[in-house]
Design a protein around this ligand. Sequence first.
Ligand SMILES: [Zn+2]
Ligand SMILES: [Zn+2]
Length: 446
Amino acid sequence: MPTRDELKAKALEAIDQRREWIIRAAQTIQDNPEAGFQEQKTARFVSEKLTELGVQHDTGIALTGIKGKLWGGALGPTVAIMGELDSLRVPDHPKADPQTGAAHACGHHAQLGMMLGATAGLLAPDVLSALHGNVAPIAVPAEEFIDVEYRWNLHQEGKLGLMAGKQEFIRVGVFDDVDMAMMVHTTSRAEDRKFAVGGTSNGHVVKFIQFIGRAAHAGGAPHAGINALQAAMVALNALNAQRETLRNEDIVRLHGILTRGGAAVNSIPADVRYEGRVRGNTVAAIEDGNMKTDRCLRAGALALGAKVSIVTIPGYLPMRNDPLLMETFRENAARLVGADQITLHPSTRNTGGSTDMGDLSQIMPVVHPYVGGATGTGHGNDYLIQDWELAVINPAKAMAMAVIDLLAEGAARAKEVLEQSRPPMTKAQYLRLQDARLREELYEGR
Ligand SMILES: [Zn+2]
Ligand SMILES: [Zn+2]
Protein backbone atom coordinates (compact mmCIF):
# COMPACT_ATOMS: atom_id res chain seq x y z
CA MET A 1 0.00 0.00 0.00
CA PRO A 2 1.51 3.40 -0.95
CA THR A 3 2.19 5.85 1.88
CA ARG A 4 0.20 9.05 2.31
CA ASP A 5 3.19 11.04 1.03
CA GLU A 6 3.35 8.88 -2.10
CA LEU A 7 -0.38 9.38 -2.70
CA LYS A 8 -0.04 13.12 -2.18
CA ALA A 9 2.86 13.29 -4.66
CA LYS A 10 0.68 11.58 -7.29
CA ALA A 11 -2.21 13.96 -6.66
CA LEU A 12 0.03 17.04 -6.84
CA GLU A 13 1.55 15.81 -10.10
CA ALA A 14 -1.92 15.32 -11.62
CA ILE A 15 -2.96 18.83 -10.56
CA ASP A 16 0.23 20.33 -12.01
CA GLN A 17 -0.41 18.50 -15.29
CA ARG A 18 -3.88 20.07 -15.45
CA ARG A 19 -2.71 23.49 -14.26
CA GLU A 20 -3.74 25.41 -17.40
CA TRP A 21 -7.02 23.49 -17.70
CA ILE A 22 -7.94 24.33 -14.08
CA ILE A 23 -7.07 28.03 -14.29
CA ARG A 24 -8.81 28.40 -17.65
CA ALA A 25 -11.96 26.85 -16.17
CA ALA A 26 -11.98 29.42 -13.34
CA GLN A 27 -11.40 32.24 -15.81
CA THR A 28 -14.17 31.06 -18.15
CA ILE A 29 -16.57 31.04 -15.19
CA GLN A 30 -15.42 34.54 -14.22
CA ASP A 31 -16.24 35.73 -17.75
CA ASN A 32 -19.79 34.30 -17.56
CA PRO A 33 -21.10 35.41 -14.14
CA GLU A 34 -24.61 34.42 -13.05
CA ALA A 35 -26.41 35.19 -9.80
CA GLY A 36 -27.80 32.52 -7.48
CA PHE A 37 -30.34 29.96 -8.71
CA GLN A 38 -29.75 31.28 -12.24
CA GLU A 39 -26.35 29.66 -12.82
CA GLN A 40 -27.45 27.62 -15.86
CA LYS A 41 -24.42 28.34 -18.07
CA THR A 42 -22.02 27.98 -15.17
CA ALA A 43 -23.57 24.67 -14.12
CA ARG A 44 -23.48 23.33 -17.68
CA PHE A 45 -19.81 24.27 -17.91
CA VAL A 46 -18.89 22.65 -14.59
CA SER A 47 -20.82 19.54 -15.62
CA GLU A 48 -18.82 19.38 -18.87
CA LYS A 49 -15.57 19.67 -16.93
CA LEU A 50 -16.58 16.86 -14.56
CA THR A 51 -17.47 14.75 -17.59
CA GLU A 52 -14.03 15.47 -19.08
CA LEU A 53 -12.56 14.14 -15.84
CA GLY A 54 -14.81 11.08 -16.08
CA VAL A 55 -16.75 11.88 -12.90
CA GLN A 56 -20.32 10.62 -12.63
CA HIS A 57 -22.56 13.38 -11.31
CA ASP A 58 -26.12 14.58 -10.89
CA THR A 59 -27.17 18.00 -12.13
CA GLY A 60 -30.12 20.33 -11.53
CA ILE A 61 -30.12 19.79 -7.76
CA ALA A 62 -31.87 22.74 -6.06
CA LEU A 63 -32.32 24.12 -9.61
CA THR A 64 -28.66 24.40 -10.67
CA GLY A 65 -26.51 22.39 -8.24
CA ILE A 66 -24.19 19.47 -9.04
CA LYS A 67 -23.02 16.50 -6.99
CA GLY A 68 -20.47 13.96 -8.13
CA LYS A 69 -19.08 10.87 -6.47
CA LEU A 70 -15.60 9.32 -6.48
CA TRP A 71 -15.55 5.85 -4.97
CA GLY A 72 -12.60 4.86 -2.81
CA GLY A 73 -11.11 1.38 -2.72
CA ALA A 74 -12.95 0.41 0.46
CA LEU A 75 -15.91 1.55 2.50
CA GLY A 76 -15.54 4.56 4.77
CA PRO A 77 -16.69 8.14 5.35
CA THR A 78 -17.55 10.52 2.51
CA VAL A 79 -15.77 13.87 2.29
CA ALA A 80 -17.32 16.68 0.21
CA ILE A 81 -15.08 19.15 -1.62
CA MET A 82 -17.16 22.11 -2.66
CA GLY A 83 -17.27 25.22 -4.80
CA GLU A 84 -20.03 27.81 -5.17
CA LEU A 85 -21.61 28.50 -8.55
CA ASP A 86 -23.04 31.97 -8.05
CA SER A 87 -21.78 35.48 -8.63
CA LEU A 88 -22.82 38.74 -7.02
CA ARG A 89 -24.29 41.73 -8.77
CA VAL A 90 -21.81 44.61 -9.00
CA PRO A 91 -22.73 46.38 -12.27
CA ASP A 92 -19.59 48.55 -12.45
CA HIS A 93 -17.20 45.62 -11.92
CA PRO A 94 -14.86 45.26 -14.94
CA LYS A 95 -15.97 41.63 -15.43
CA ALA A 96 -19.70 42.34 -14.95
CA ASP A 97 -22.27 41.00 -17.38
CA PRO A 98 -23.57 44.19 -19.04
CA GLN A 99 -27.15 42.87 -19.17
CA THR A 100 -27.54 41.56 -15.63
CA GLY A 101 -24.83 43.33 -13.64
CA ALA A 102 -23.72 39.91 -12.38
CA ALA A 103 -20.03 39.84 -11.46
CA HIS A 104 -17.71 37.46 -9.62
CA ALA A 105 -16.81 40.00 -6.93
CA CYS A 106 -16.49 37.28 -4.26
CA GLY A 107 -14.16 34.86 -6.06
CA HIS A 108 -16.56 31.93 -6.40
CA HIS A 109 -15.16 31.22 -9.88
CA ALA A 110 -11.86 30.42 -8.18
CA GLN A 111 -13.65 27.96 -5.87
CA LEU A 112 -15.00 25.99 -8.82
CA GLY A 113 -11.48 25.84 -10.26
CA MET A 114 -10.23 24.52 -6.92
CA MET A 115 -12.99 21.92 -6.72
CA LEU A 116 -12.22 20.67 -10.24
CA GLY A 117 -8.49 20.76 -9.50
CA ALA A 118 -8.77 18.79 -6.26
CA THR A 119 -10.98 16.28 -8.07
CA ALA A 120 -8.39 15.91 -10.84
CA GLY A 121 -5.72 15.33 -8.20
CA LEU A 122 -7.70 12.61 -6.43
CA LEU A 123 -8.28 10.90 -9.80
CA ALA A 124 -4.51 10.36 -10.22
CA PRO A 125 -3.68 6.65 -10.77
CA ASP A 126 -3.79 4.50 -7.61
CA VAL A 127 -4.98 7.30 -5.29
CA LEU A 128 -8.68 6.54 -4.93
CA SER A 129 -8.11 2.81 -4.64
CA ALA A 130 -5.94 3.48 -1.56
CA LEU A 131 -8.69 5.43 0.21
CA HIS A 132 -11.22 4.04 2.67
CA GLY A 133 -14.21 6.18 1.86
CA ASN A 134 -15.56 8.36 -0.91
CA VAL A 135 -15.21 11.89 -2.18
CA ALA A 136 -18.14 14.04 -3.30
CA PRO A 137 -17.21 16.97 -5.57
CA ILE A 138 -20.10 19.41 -5.18
CA ALA A 139 -20.98 22.67 -6.94
CA VAL A 140 -23.51 24.54 -4.81
CA PRO A 141 -25.83 27.28 -6.07
CA ALA A 142 -26.66 30.60 -4.51
CA GLU A 143 -24.37 31.32 -1.57
CA GLU A 144 -24.86 35.10 -1.83
CA PHE A 145 -28.35 35.71 -0.41
CA ILE A 146 -29.40 38.31 -2.99
CA ASP A 147 -32.41 38.72 -5.34
CA VAL A 148 -34.63 38.09 -2.33
CA GLU A 149 -37.93 38.72 -4.12
CA TYR A 150 -36.97 36.29 -6.90
CA ARG A 151 -36.17 33.59 -4.35
CA TRP A 152 -39.29 34.28 -2.32
CA ASN A 153 -41.33 33.83 -5.52
CA LEU A 154 -39.54 30.50 -6.22
CA HIS A 155 -40.39 29.46 -2.68
CA GLN A 156 -44.04 30.48 -3.12
CA GLU A 157 -44.18 28.49 -6.36
CA GLY A 158 -42.84 25.44 -4.54
CA LYS A 159 -39.58 25.33 -6.53
CA LEU A 160 -37.42 26.02 -3.47
CA GLY A 161 -37.90 25.20 0.20
CA LEU A 162 -35.03 26.99 1.88
CA MET A 163 -33.78 29.87 -0.24
CA ALA A 164 -29.98 29.50 -0.37
CA GLY A 165 -27.85 26.78 -1.94
CA LYS A 166 -26.38 24.79 0.96
CA GLN A 167 -29.55 25.27 3.01
CA GLU A 168 -31.64 23.74 0.25
CA PHE A 169 -29.01 21.03 -0.38
CA ILE A 170 -29.35 20.06 3.30
CA ARG A 171 -33.15 20.03 3.04
CA VAL A 172 -33.34 17.90 -0.12
CA GLY A 173 -30.84 15.38 1.27
CA VAL A 174 -27.68 16.05 -0.77
CA PHE A 175 -25.59 15.87 2.40
CA ASP A 176 -27.35 12.81 3.83
CA ASP A 177 -24.50 10.55 2.67
CA VAL A 178 -21.76 13.14 3.34
CA ASP A 179 -19.85 12.97 6.63
CA MET A 180 -17.71 16.10 6.46
CA ALA A 181 -17.11 18.95 4.03
CA MET A 182 -14.49 21.44 2.98
CA MET A 183 -14.22 24.42 0.69
CA VAL A 184 -11.79 27.33 0.40
CA HIS A 185 -12.78 30.97 -0.10
CA THR A 186 -10.51 33.57 -1.67
CA THR A 187 -9.47 36.66 0.31
CA SER A 188 -7.78 39.98 -0.37
CA ARG A 189 -7.20 40.77 3.32
CA ALA A 190 -3.51 41.23 4.05
CA GLU A 191 -3.83 39.73 7.54
CA ASP A 192 -4.98 36.43 6.03
CA ARG A 193 -1.58 36.08 4.29
CA LYS A 194 -1.43 33.11 1.84
CA PHE A 195 -3.90 30.97 3.76
CA ALA A 196 -6.06 31.65 6.81
CA VAL A 197 -7.92 29.11 8.90
CA GLY A 198 -10.29 29.53 11.84
CA GLY A 199 -12.69 32.27 12.83
CA THR A 200 -16.47 32.33 12.70
CA SER A 201 -19.07 34.37 10.81
CA ASN A 202 -22.33 36.15 11.48
CA GLY A 203 -25.67 34.46 11.11
CA HIS A 204 -28.63 36.36 9.71
CA VAL A 205 -32.26 36.56 8.71
CA VAL A 206 -33.34 38.00 5.39
CA LYS A 207 -36.16 40.55 5.05
CA PHE A 208 -38.49 41.01 2.09
CA ILE A 209 -40.61 44.08 2.79
CA GLN A 210 -43.42 45.69 0.82
CA PHE A 211 -44.90 49.06 1.86
CA ILE A 212 -48.38 49.35 0.43
CA GLY A 213 -49.95 52.80 -0.02
CA ARG A 214 -52.48 54.30 -2.39
CA ALA A 215 -51.73 55.94 -5.75
CA ALA A 216 -53.05 59.44 -6.48
CA HIS A 217 -52.02 62.44 -8.58
CA ALA A 218 -48.81 63.67 -6.98
CA GLY A 219 -49.49 67.26 -8.02
CA GLY A 220 -53.26 67.46 -8.11
CA ALA A 221 -54.38 65.25 -5.24
CA PRO A 222 -51.54 64.08 -2.99
CA HIS A 223 -53.96 64.24 -0.03
CA ALA A 224 -55.94 61.43 -1.68
CA GLY A 225 -52.94 59.11 -1.73
CA ILE A 226 -50.91 57.17 0.83
CA ASN A 227 -47.21 57.54 0.17
CA ALA A 228 -45.46 54.18 0.56
CA LEU A 229 -42.04 55.71 -0.14
CA GLN A 230 -42.43 58.14 2.76
CA ALA A 231 -43.47 55.21 4.95
CA ALA A 232 -40.30 53.37 3.94
CA MET A 233 -38.18 56.46 4.68
CA VAL A 234 -39.65 56.84 8.17
CA ALA A 235 -38.99 53.12 8.73
CA LEU A 236 -35.37 53.36 7.56
CA ASN A 237 -34.76 56.45 9.71
CA ALA A 238 -36.20 54.58 12.68
CA LEU A 239 -33.85 51.71 11.88
CA ASN A 240 -30.92 54.12 11.96
CA ALA A 241 -32.13 55.43 15.33
CA GLN A 242 -31.94 51.85 16.64
CA ARG A 243 -28.23 51.55 16.07
CA GLU A 244 -27.25 53.01 19.46
CA THR A 245 -29.14 50.13 21.11
CA LEU A 246 -26.96 47.50 19.45
CA ARG A 247 -24.09 46.00 21.43
CA ASN A 248 -20.64 45.92 19.80
CA GLU A 249 -20.05 42.34 20.88
CA ASP A 250 -23.17 41.14 19.01
CA ILE A 251 -21.77 42.44 15.68
CA VAL A 252 -25.29 43.28 14.52
CA ARG A 253 -25.56 44.64 10.99
CA LEU A 254 -28.86 46.14 9.79
CA HIS A 255 -28.71 46.88 6.09
CA GLY A 256 -30.66 46.63 2.86
CA ILE A 257 -31.67 48.11 -0.46
CA LEU A 258 -34.84 49.62 -1.91
CA THR A 259 -35.66 47.54 -4.98
CA ARG A 260 -38.74 49.55 -5.97
CA GLY A 261 -39.35 53.19 -5.11
CA GLY A 262 -42.52 53.91 -7.03
CA ALA A 263 -44.00 53.57 -10.50
CA ALA A 264 -44.25 57.08 -12.00
CA VAL A 265 -42.99 60.44 -10.77
CA ASN A 266 -46.42 62.06 -10.96
CA SER A 267 -48.18 59.34 -9.02
CA ILE A 268 -47.91 58.92 -5.25
CA PRO A 269 -45.84 55.73 -4.73
CA ALA A 270 -48.15 52.91 -3.69
CA ASP A 271 -45.78 49.92 -3.89
CA VAL A 272 -42.30 50.27 -2.40
CA ARG A 273 -40.07 47.28 -1.76
CA TYR A 274 -37.06 46.75 0.45
CA GLU A 275 -34.73 43.76 0.74
CA GLY A 276 -32.73 43.65 3.93
CA ARG A 277 -30.61 41.73 6.33
CA VAL A 278 -30.38 41.41 10.08
CA ARG A 279 -27.02 39.93 10.96
CA GLY A 280 -25.58 39.02 14.33
CA ASN A 281 -23.13 36.58 15.85
CA THR A 282 -25.68 34.62 17.88
CA VAL A 283 -29.21 33.48 17.15
CA ALA A 284 -30.35 35.61 20.13
CA ALA A 285 -28.64 38.76 18.79
CA ILE A 286 -30.28 38.21 15.40
CA GLU A 287 -33.68 37.75 17.06
CA ASP A 288 -33.23 41.00 19.00
CA GLY A 289 -32.16 42.92 15.89
CA ASN A 290 -35.05 41.42 13.95
CA MET A 291 -37.62 42.39 16.59
CA LYS A 292 -36.33 45.99 16.52
CA THR A 293 -36.35 45.99 12.70
CA ASP A 294 -39.97 44.87 12.58
CA ARG A 295 -40.91 47.59 15.07
CA CYS A 296 -39.30 50.22 12.81
CA LEU A 297 -41.04 48.85 9.72
CA ARG A 298 -44.43 49.02 11.45
CA ALA A 299 -43.64 52.53 12.73
CA GLY A 300 -43.08 53.74 9.17
CA ALA A 301 -46.37 52.26 8.02
CA LEU A 302 -48.25 53.62 11.05
CA ALA A 303 -46.92 57.16 10.55
CA LEU A 304 -48.26 57.35 7.00
CA GLY A 305 -51.30 55.11 7.35
CA ALA A 306 -49.76 52.64 4.91
CA LYS A 307 -49.66 48.86 5.20
CA VAL A 308 -46.45 46.87 5.38
CA SER A 309 -45.93 43.24 4.46
CA ILE A 310 -42.99 41.82 6.43
CA VAL A 311 -41.54 38.51 5.28
CA THR A 312 -38.72 37.15 7.43
CA ILE A 313 -36.77 34.46 5.63
CA PRO A 314 -34.47 32.02 7.47
CA GLY A 315 -30.91 33.10 6.73
CA TYR A 316 -27.58 31.71 7.78
CA LEU A 317 -26.20 30.38 11.03
CA PRO A 318 -22.79 31.23 12.51
CA MET A 319 -19.78 29.28 11.21
CA ARG A 320 -18.01 26.60 13.27
CA ASN A 321 -14.71 25.29 11.90
CA ASP A 322 -13.90 21.76 13.06
CA PRO A 323 -10.54 21.87 14.92
CA LEU A 324 -9.13 18.60 13.51
CA LEU A 325 -10.22 19.38 9.95
CA MET A 326 -8.65 22.81 10.36
CA GLU A 327 -5.40 21.27 11.52
CA THR A 328 -5.47 18.74 8.66
CA PHE A 329 -5.93 21.54 6.15
CA ARG A 330 -3.33 23.78 7.80
CA GLU A 331 -0.64 21.08 7.75
CA ASN A 332 -1.12 20.55 4.03
CA ALA A 333 -1.33 24.24 3.18
CA ALA A 334 1.94 24.69 5.11
CA ARG A 335 3.64 22.16 2.82
CA LEU A 336 2.76 24.40 -0.10
CA VAL A 337 3.45 27.91 1.18
CA GLY A 338 5.33 27.48 4.49
CA ALA A 339 3.85 27.60 7.98
CA ASP A 340 4.80 31.27 8.38
CA GLN A 341 2.44 32.22 5.54
CA ILE A 342 -0.64 30.82 7.28
CA THR A 343 -2.79 32.84 9.66
CA LEU A 344 -4.64 31.02 12.42
CA HIS A 345 -7.63 33.12 13.50
CA PRO A 346 -9.17 32.61 16.96
CA SER A 347 -12.49 30.78 16.80
CA THR A 348 -14.33 33.95 17.94
CA ARG A 349 -12.99 36.19 15.16
CA ASN A 350 -15.93 37.50 13.15
CA THR A 351 -15.58 40.12 10.43
CA GLY A 352 -19.35 40.52 10.07
CA GLY A 353 -20.13 38.59 6.88
CA SER A 354 -22.15 35.39 6.62
CA THR A 355 -22.11 32.11 4.70
CA ASP A 356 -24.42 29.13 4.37
CA MET A 357 -21.35 27.01 5.10
CA GLY A 358 -22.27 28.10 8.65
CA ASP A 359 -25.53 26.16 8.30
CA LEU A 360 -23.70 23.02 7.22
CA SER A 361 -21.24 23.49 10.10
CA GLN A 362 -24.13 23.19 12.56
CA ILE A 363 -24.85 19.61 11.46
CA MET A 364 -21.45 18.15 10.46
CA PRO A 365 -17.72 18.86 10.76
CA VAL A 366 -16.59 21.34 8.10
CA VAL A 367 -13.62 23.55 7.36
CA HIS A 368 -13.86 26.88 5.50
CA PRO A 369 -10.36 28.35 5.14
CA TYR A 370 -9.34 31.37 3.08
CA VAL A 371 -6.68 31.65 0.41
CA GLY A 372 -4.95 34.82 -0.82
CA GLY A 373 -4.31 35.84 -4.40
CA ALA A 374 -7.14 38.37 -4.71
CA THR A 375 -6.91 42.16 -4.63
CA GLY A 376 -9.53 44.86 -4.09
CA THR A 377 -12.51 44.91 -1.75
CA GLY A 378 -14.67 41.82 -1.35
CA HIS A 379 -18.07 42.50 -3.02
CA GLY A 380 -16.56 45.70 -4.47
CA ASN A 381 -16.02 46.73 -8.07
CA ASP A 382 -12.28 46.08 -7.85
CA TYR A 383 -12.22 42.53 -6.41
CA LEU A 384 -10.14 40.41 -8.79
CA ILE A 385 -8.00 37.30 -8.62
CA GLN A 386 -4.43 38.32 -9.46
CA ASP A 387 -2.36 35.27 -8.50
CA TRP A 388 -4.11 32.24 -10.01
CA GLU A 389 -1.47 29.80 -8.80
CA LEU A 390 -2.03 30.87 -5.21
CA ALA A 391 -5.81 31.38 -5.43
CA VAL A 392 -6.76 28.26 -7.41
CA ILE A 393 -3.96 25.70 -7.77
CA ASN A 394 -2.69 25.83 -4.16
CA PRO A 395 -6.08 25.33 -2.48
CA ALA A 396 -6.87 22.54 -4.96
CA LYS A 397 -3.68 20.83 -3.84
CA ALA A 398 -4.33 21.49 -0.15
CA MET A 399 -7.84 20.01 -0.40
CA ALA A 400 -6.65 16.94 -2.31
CA MET A 401 -3.91 16.33 0.25
CA ALA A 402 -6.31 16.88 3.15
CA VAL A 403 -8.70 14.29 1.68
CA ILE A 404 -5.81 11.82 1.41
CA ASP A 405 -4.90 12.45 5.07
CA LEU A 406 -8.53 11.88 6.05
CA LEU A 407 -9.22 8.73 4.05
CA ALA A 408 -5.88 6.92 3.67
CA GLU A 409 -4.69 4.32 6.19
CA GLY A 410 -8.17 2.99 6.82
CA ALA A 411 -9.62 6.53 7.09
CA ALA A 412 -8.20 6.77 10.62
CA ARG A 413 -8.12 10.59 10.56
CA ALA A 414 -11.65 10.95 9.21
CA LYS A 415 -12.92 8.56 11.88
CA GLU A 416 -11.13 10.63 14.54
CA VAL A 417 -12.81 13.78 13.19
CA LEU A 418 -16.21 12.12 13.44
CA GLU A 419 -15.53 10.82 16.95
CA GLN A 420 -14.38 14.22 18.26
CA SER A 421 -16.87 16.46 16.50
CA ARG A 422 -19.99 17.58 18.35
CA PRO A 423 -22.28 19.27 15.83
CA PRO A 424 -24.86 21.30 17.78
CA MET A 425 -27.85 19.89 15.90
CA THR A 426 -29.15 17.10 13.72
CA LYS A 427 -30.50 17.72 10.23
CA ALA A 428 -34.06 17.40 11.59
CA GLN A 429 -33.37 19.93 14.34
CA TYR A 430 -31.80 22.29 11.80
CA LEU A 431 -34.83 22.10 9.53
CA ARG A 432 -37.18 22.72 12.47
CA LEU A 433 -35.16 25.77 13.55
CA GLN A 434 -35.19 27.23 10.04
CA ASP A 435 -38.90 26.50 9.69
CA ALA A 436 -39.58 28.45 12.86
CA ARG A 437 -37.57 31.42 11.58
CA LEU A 438 -39.83 31.84 8.52
CA ARG A 439 -42.50 34.43 9.33
CA GLU A 440 -45.04 36.45 7.38
CA GLU A 441 -46.93 39.45 8.74
CA LEU A 442 -49.21 42.06 7.20
CA TYR A 443 -49.33 45.14 9.42
CA GLU A 444 -52.37 47.28 8.61
CA GLY A 445 -50.85 50.58 9.74
CA ARG A 446 -53.46 51.51 12.30
ZN1 LIG B 1 -19.62 37.00 -0.94
ZN1 LIG C 1 -18.17 34.34 -1.27
